[in-house]
Design a protein around this ligand. Sequence first.
Ligand SMILES: Cc1cc2nc3c(=O)[nH]c(=O)nc-3n(C[C@H](O)[C@H](O)[C@H](O)COP(=O)(O)OP(=O)(O)OC[C@H]3O[C@@H](n4cnc5c(N)ncnc54)[C@H](O)[C@@H]3O)c2cc1C
Length: 434
Amino acid sequence: MARVIVIGGGWAGCAAALTARKAGASVVLLERTDMLLGCGLAGGIMRNNGRFTAAEELIAMGGGELISITDEAAQHKNVSFPGHEHATLYSSMHVEPKVRGLLTEKGVQLNFCHRVVDVVTCGRRVESVVTADDVFFDADVFVETTGSAGPMGNCSRYGNGCGMCVLRCPAFGPRVSIAHKAGIKDDVGLRNNGSKGSFSGSCELNKDSLHPALLSELESLGSVILPVPGELVRPEMAGIKACRQYSLPAYIENLILLDTGGYAKMMSPFYPLEMLRRFPGLENATYAHSCGHANSVRFLSRAPRDNSLKVCGSANLFCAGEKSGFFVGHTEAMVTGSLAGLNAVKCANGHPLIEIPRDLVAGDLIAFEEEALRMPGGLKQRYTFSGGIYFERMCDHGLYTTATELIARRVRTVGMEGLYLKSNKAGTRTVKLE
Ligand SMILES: Cc1cc2nc3c(=O)[nH]c(=O)nc-3n(C[C@H](O)[C@H](O)[C@H](O)COP(=O)(O)OP(=O)(O)OC[C@H]3O[C@@H](n4cnc5c(N)ncnc54)[C@H](O)[C@@H]3O)c2cc1C
């Protein structure tokens, strides 16, 4: 039986573990924190814009388990807010235990509080990964889904956590790039001003800190738009976000809140509390994670990879999620994770690897990001089904649709129906890009 190790339990790692397991491998997932979902714990928006198409595609390909969990946990469906249509808003509080249950039921071995800090290589092969506790995990193939975020390392350098954990740092500890440890140089995303990384475009407010009338409106409609008072409008913030789908003027002129169950998700970065509390209804607002001066810094590390998601220069290392591209989103992580997990097993068994054809949005996103990244300004772009340049491309190329029958037909036409349901057969063909 092929042995696969997945490093990182965000949405991409969970998807990779599932497809690898379904393809017949024994799968071990190593996660440095005590929870699954990674950045997904601060998320909640699914099926908005082109993510609807991608979600339905994944379902038709036999990889819909995680989509079903978020659909079932959704408290609001078909919500529209500026620049976004037909969103589903789910509660990560409800979802994490369900994902954990599903992976366990499928036989994925989950190891929490296992931070991978090093690798052992032999030529181009990774032989094992090593955790901070000096435990070696051997496998035939490895999938890196460590995301692209990571703070400085003081918390783990000076003991087992630091006092600043009261600020609920979701990542705990410094970034480790498995690809880099295996001798492969990562790409680093840039901001518009040329500095490294980029910032998230949203954060969370505690729902019980909102005015009851505002909370009741939010819970009944799913979203609330609060116009920004003139003196608080900050046009310079538009260019700073990682998520370009929220760089629209509507997000500068308004404060947009979404109900993601446990939290009120605020679709603006960097709102000092004293500014926030000048909005009617937010006089007592508090941030759930970090504070108004902070935000997630991501896109610091993306492994070079081909369109099968194998890391270039390695014989047996795959990547997915933000680690496989400057992708933003849960759906993007699930789509890439599913492919990486399947291909990891194919690699272990010596079978040809799959590339998803560009007639499907999954294949087109993966191939487009790789091409666009190498173009001038490509390192400053982020790629998502839900907005920015990639959603524009989906619309221009007729790839965006919410017609579920059409999506299923497209998947059938290119021979990808039930791809992730199949056992790992040698005969599965490699699909070449156009
Ligand atoms: C505040 C915020 C809000 C967001 N909201 C949404 C939203 O509403 N909808 C949406 O679609 N997208 C949203 N996103 C984006 C989306 O969450 C991410 O793009 C996606 O979840 C990335 O998944 P991933 O699995 O690639 O990486 P991550 O979620 O970063 O997961 C990486 C995992 O690997 C673990 N890990 C890292 N290093 C190691 C190591 N060395 N050893 C072991 N484990 C390790 C981490 O602890 C983490 O669990 C949001 C992002 C943020 C930051």
